[in-house]
Design a protein around this ligand. Structure first.
Ligand SMILES: Cc1ncc(COP(=O)(O)O)c(C=O)c1O
Length: 470
């Protein structure tokens, strides 16, 4: 436990620990310097372009500018729209721009909301479809049918709302098996979900087929474009041959697309877009009988900072389509180098047919023709070389989600060279337990899952420790 705490809370020993609000406040400049030092240290890996996903723009002038815009409204609570009419402008225009990008037609009723991030968008979408199913079809035991690769925030939301999740397996191309999705649907299914692209492998599910299935059953289809929503459309405009997945596809009734990922906004916003206002009404909550007054709320949040909607709007309008397209071109080109590098590395195998997020696993044979390498040992060696990839499981794999910081000249080639060395390290150290991703090995059996759940609870406790008072 102490090791875990040291890992998540190193500052408990290296800086002054506050456990009470002291009578006299600290010097502002001193506090700013302390926070700046922590931020600078923690940003180093991302600045160097060695991190998969997570940091999407990497342009610190852009961040500083957005922070200036944020500061103008940081204190404003946009719940009070009489005081913050600009928030209505910012949100309306963020939604309009997102709909335009994803071919939603406001004249036909397409609309949306701004949320705090991808997870809130997904959980809200589930809520919307559950409400719709209960109101319109009297569904009593709701279930949602989605690929195993759909984002786990949906599982979390379903858990919170008592919705059964029916996971469909993948086909040989690692996209969801449409026939398996069809088999899981019944009269209690509230909606189908597909991703563009999904978090584990970055692949776009067969949305055209899934949406047709949804139409056949008279249910909605949510596309999780949290990751790809602000990237894939620009790539399509550049001529990349991508399958259709947005509102042009008949049967797609909602899309989540995160502004705080490839929209290059500050962290804390996403869009949830609907094909009709009637569908959006399901997420509204109105309560006329509260002693506190008439309560009307579009979603989960109560008070919200005006800074986030203002700075997200500013990110979209100052970046502009040309810069989004050229960033997408660089990201796709960098990902192609990484994909080719993985394909050329004996002992590894690319998962599916990816474009911007390259997932790979151990091939059936190691680089020396022997047993497959342990992909988590590969990750250990990559970590040693400074890279931060994401570990996957079922099957064990790694992914590199390419973002702007990774597109710096030479970085992709450096990665490929480091990857070759990492695979040789894994081959030379077969049988050694890997330090990274080792927890995944426990999963898949009831006993293993119990152990790993216990470990995960301990990790959460360590991340949310109360500062020590001694
Ligand atoms: C496909 C996909 N959906 C949803 C999410 C969740 O987004 P957030 O972390 O903003 O809650 C992610 C995050 O990476 C994602 O990749």
């Amino acid at each position: 436990m102490s090791d875990l705490l040291d890992g998540f809370y190193p500052y408990r020993t290296s800086s002054h620990t506050f456990t009470t609000i002291e009578d006299v406040g600290r010097d502002r400049a001193e506090v700013l310097a302390e926070v700046a030092a922590m931020a600078d240290r923690e940003d180093a890996m991302g600045r160097a372009g060695l991190v998969s996903g997570s940091l999407y723009s990497g342009d610190h002038e852009h961040y500083a500018y957005l922070a200036q815009v944020f500061a103008l409204y940081a204190h404003a609570n946009i719940l009070q729209r009489d005081m913050s009419p600009s928030a209505t402008k910012f949100e309306a225009e963020i939604v309009a721009m997102a709909l335009d990008l994803l071919h939603g037609d406001p004249a036909a009723g397409a609309c949306g909301v701004v949320t705090s991030g991808g997870s809130e968008s997904l959980v809200t979408a589930l809520f919307t479809y559950r409400e719709q199913a209960v109101r319109e079809r009297g569904v009593a035991v709701p279930n949602v049918v989605m690929p195993v690769t759909a984002h786990v925030a949906l599982d979390k939301g379903a858990h919170w709302m008592g919705i059964e999740v029916r996971h469909a397996p993948l086909a040989d191309d690692f996209r969801v098996d449409v026939a398996a999705m069809a088999d899981l649907i019944d009269d209690q299914t509230i909606c189908l979900v597909g991703s563009a692209g999904n978090y584990p492998h970055g692949l776009i599910d067969p949305i055209v087929e899934l949406a047709a299935l949804a139409l056949d059953h008279g249910i909605g289809m949510h596309v999780d474009g949290c990751l790809g929503g602000f990237l894939l459309p620009w790539a399509e405009q550049l001529g990349y041959d991508l399958p259709r997945w947005d509102f042009r596809v008949p049967g797609v009734t909602s899309i989540s697309a995160d502004t705080h990922k490839y929209g290059y906004a500050l962290k804390g916003t996403s869009t949830l877009l609907y094909s009709s206002p009637e569908l959006r009404h399901n997420q509204y909550f109105t309560y006329p009988d509260w002693p506190g007054g008439l309560y009307l709320s579009p979603g989960l949040a109560g008070s919200r900072s005006g800074g986030l909607v203002a700075s997200t709007w500013a990110a979209l309008v100052t970046t502009g389509a040309d810069a989004y397209r050229s960033a997408a071109a660089e990201i796709f080109a960098t990902a192609a180098v990484i994909r080719a590098g993985v394909e050329a590395t004996p002992g590894l195998e690319v998962i599916g047919d990816p474009t911007f997020l390259i997932a790979f696993k151990a091939a059936a044979q190691g680089p020396d023709g022997g047993d497959p390498v342990d992909i988590y040992l590969v990750n250990d060696a990559l970590k040693e070389a400074g890279w931060r990839l994401n570990s996957l499981q079922l099957p064990p794999a790694l992914h590199f989600c390419v973002t702007r910081p990774n597109t710096a000249p030479g970085l992709a080639d450096r990665f490929v060279a480091d990857l070759g060395r990492a695979v040789r390290y894994a081959a030379d150290n077969r049988g050694t337990p890997a330090a990274s991703g080792a927890m995944y090995g426990f999963g898949g059996t009831p006993q293993g899952n119990e152990t790993i759940n216990g470990l995960m609870v301990a990790v959460l406790d360590a991340m949310h420790a109360v500062a020590p008072t001694d």
